[in-house]
Design a protein around this ligand. Sequence first.
Ligand code: ASP
Length: 280
Amino acid sequence: MTAIIVHGGAGASEPTRHPRLRAGVRAAAAVGDVILEAGGSALDAVTAAVRFLEDDPEFNAGTGSVLTRDGTVETDASIMCGATQRIGAVAAVPDLGNAIAFARALLDRGEHAMVAGDAAWQLARECGITRAAPGALVTERATQRLAERGTVGAVARDRVGRFAAATSTGGMTGKRSGRVGDSPIIGAGTWADARIAISATGDGEAIMRVALARSIALAAGPLDRAVRAGLAELARITAGSAGVIALDHAGVIGLQLSPTMAIAWVDRASGPGDSMGCRV
Ligand code: ASP
């Protein structure tokens, strides 16, 4: 049975935005679900779902990313195939609208696992990625510095039981140019292996300190307990907070999130559904 769950980031406190965020994550989950139901791979499903959210200006990834202190957009993303544990990651790349497409290209090439900064554009062009015009990814909302922390992510299981995870973000509002968060760090913001897939959002500096995604993957017991344990450790050690989406073979979707984290999923074992709110 296939399953996909996507998230739209740790929090948007303005209730007026909630319907748009809900619609966005629901549509992204549907994009991934169509691929999975057609027999496509979990890797293709999470790539497409995250790309969809990157193109939606409501979310802090791709178009609509938060700005650096210098008023620029620098994006981070990573993707991991659980079956092969192949990875691709990009960090602090300027004017990159579809960071997940570049990360996916790195995974497919298998040469470098991670590239960063402006110099990464040389390789991005070789991968067929087009650079956005300066300012093209900057939305009015981002200029007003209203965007809060956020990230988008997707985890999926395909028909043959393979897992994949993908995460993409503009990072945190007002970050210094060159700052890299947890999202492109494999084992922190993203993890997938033969039995689990995880994508995180929240305080990147804290998530990195506990290698959150990998620590959840290593925890024994049911998925929701593993997620809770990971988040409890994060809170205890760092005083930070995070939201997580996770999926395992049990067909269970484990999640722990801020009260306004937008989440949608399609779990073919238990029927489609979506939620915005805390469901733990
Ligand atoms: N984790 C992201 C970062 O620190 C931001 C977020 O998810 O809210 O870059």
